[in-house]
Design a protein around this ligand. Structure first.
Ligand code: Q46
Ligand code: ZN
Ligand code: ZN
Length: 299
């Protein structure tokens, strides 16, 4: 296996690009994919302040590294979920990465700051762990970004994540979700802009990027992920990709180019119908937002 660029020994092949890369040119490839995603979807403008949501896993740390490398002004936000040993370890990776590079990491802890954690939320509500967790993350990433004056929140969702979410949304033909499924969600009243700069890179590429760059990340998966539907969708898409490399990218980017606009009005209508939470002022369709309701019941 030879590097596509320099013909030296390759360390990774990327079948959907029909290419293999040596360590140096693999890093260049990842940077170029992020640069292209940012440019094509107009995610970031020079001089903007970016807040990256950091879990301590490969995607979020690679994203932080890549954005800093591309010259953006990026701080991190770690959210403590209180998932036993998994959370105790994940914060060490986030702090280790930030500390070694002199980067600023904000830390918010569900338990210390809001009086509940994800296991407590699951115990008292009918929500799945990932439902309660996703809701808390979305709420707090946005709230911290607005509070500290960041222009944009960047998350480490990669091509595999986005293709799996798309498959779930298509299986249910959920028009509102399909309208919101985009690498950029523009800022609006009560919302910071949200961007997903890793959308052109797969899970395997992100793990390889961390290894090549010497980024120490949490390999262990979240113990509460069992039963998460997206894991099943990823398996199905991996089987498809195996038979026909490029399927995942064709599925996702075909939707973004030719399908998304058809659902954009559904998402716009949902946003326009939003009011303000009586307790925390976050945008919501009800009197009190879902995060405040969760907090009330679980704390
Ligand atoms: S942390 Fe939270 Fe994930 Fe764990 S409970 Fe589910 S959503 S799996 S990225
Ligand atoms: Zn090379
Ligand atoms: Zn609220």
């Amino acid at each position: 296996m030879k590097c596509r660029v320099c013909r030296g020994p390759a360390v990774i092949d990327v079948r959907r690009h029909n290419a293999a890369f040596c360590p140096e040119h693999f890093v260049t490839h990842c940077r170029e994919q992020v640069r292209r995603a940012v440019h094509d979807h107009r995610m970031l403008e020079p001089g903007e302040r970016v807040l990256v949501a950091v879990s301590g896993g490969k995607d979020s740390l690679a994203l932080w590294d890549l954005l800093v490398d591309l010259g953006y002004d990026v701080d991190g936000l770690y959210l403590g979920l209180g998932i036993d040993q998994y959370s105790d370890e994940s914060i060490r990776y986030a702090r280790g990465f930030a500390g070694a590079r002199g980067l600023k990491l904000h830390e918010v802890d569900l338990g210390d700051d809001f009086g509940f954690d994800i296991p407590a939320a699951v115990a008292v509500t009918h929500r799945s762990p990932c439902g309660a967790c996703g809701l808390s993350k979305r709420h707090l990433f946005n709230a911290v970004a607005l509070e500290h004056g960041y222009d944009v929140v960047a998350t480490g969702h990669n091509l595999d994540d986005e293709a799996a979410v798309l498959l779930g949304n298509v299986l249910r033909w959920d028009a509102g979700y399909l309208g919101r499924q985009h690498p950029v969600l523009p800022a609006a009243e009560g919302f910071a802009r949200k961007v997903k700069p890793l959308v052109r890179l797969g899970e395997r590429e992100m793990a390889a990027y961390c290894v090549v760059q010497g980024i120490d990340y949490q390999v262990e998966e979240c113990p509460m992920a069992a039963g998460n539907k997206h894991l099943g969708y990823k398996e199905i898409l991996n089987a498809l990709e195996d038979r026909s490399p490029g399927s995942k990218a064709a599925f996702l980017f075909g939707f973004l180019e030719r399908g998304h606009a058809r659902f954009a009005a559904d998402a716009r209508q949902e946003r326009e119908a939003l009011g303000v939470c009586r307790k925390c002022s976050a945008p919501t369709t009800t009197d009190v937002c879902a995060f405040c309701k969760l907090r009330e019941r679980a704390s």
